[in-house]
Structures are given as structure tokens and as C-alpha cells.
Write a protein that binds this ligand. Sequence first.
Ligand SMILES: [Fe+2]
Ligand SMILES: [Fe+2]
Length: 156
Amino acid sequence: MPQLIEKDACDLLDADHVAVKHLFVEYARLATAGDPAGERQAYATKICSELTVHAQIEEEIFYPALRKAIDAPELLDEAEAEHQEAKDMIAQIEAMAGPDAAMDDLVAKLAAAIEHHVKEERTQLFPKARSAAGLDLDALGAQLRQRQQELEAEMA
Ligand SMILES: [Fe+2]
Ligand SMILES: [Fe+2]
């Protein structure tokens, strides 16, 4: 039997980034196509819940581990500030009654903000995490996965 290879912390988080990017693309495609059935509401809900879980596991587990292992407090402060901005947009989207032009604008704004944030994680935080001495990214990946599953179960 092939051995199951678990993702390390950076790969697990980046898989989330890719998954939510697909949801944003699908939302935009529906919005452009007119979406008479209002299907993009379900995409907006999924985008918001997936980003909420992702931000929470980063804030509870990944960022604190990085604060100890790498010397880049300003990068982590910036990342946390960007999470707060995203959470404010997510709360506004979740409070909206249904898909309309205002939701489309806000989802597009959130997509752009997340794209910027993910780029910083990929180009700055992940390389620093990968080269940090004494940071066990496999163990951290397992912790992230467990917490992610717990939060997803709570939300379901
Ligand atoms: Fe992330
Ligand atoms: Fe993040």
C-alpha cells in the first residue's frame, strides 16, 4: 500500500489558498453570467466560512509558531492586520441578504485583498518558515489539520 504522505504546514495552508481562489473565480464567473438562480450566494457563504477557519488556524497555531521561530515581527503584525481587514469584509458579506451588485463588489474587494495577503505568505512567510531551524513543519501541519477539522465540524 502506498504510504499516505501528509502535507506539511505550508503545503496545507497553500492548498486552502488554492481552493478559495477557485471559489472566488467561480463566484466571479457566475456574477458575470448574470446568475439568474442566485447560485453565487452559496459560493459567498463557502468563501466566508473557509476563510474564517483558515485565518483562525493560522492565528492560533501557525503565526504564534513563526513568532517564536523567525525574527520577522513586522511581517506577522502586517499579516494579522490583513486578517482583521478580511474579517471585517467577511462580516459585511455574511450580513447581506442575497447576491446583488453590492455583494459582487465586496466579494471582488475581498478576493483582491486575499490575493495580496496570500502572495505575502507565499513569498515571505513560507520561505522563512521553511528555512527556520527547529521549526517542525510536519508536526505543525498535523496540528493545523486537526484544528481545521474541529472548526469545520463546529461550523457544519
Ligand atoms: Fe493563509
Ligand atoms: Fe493569512
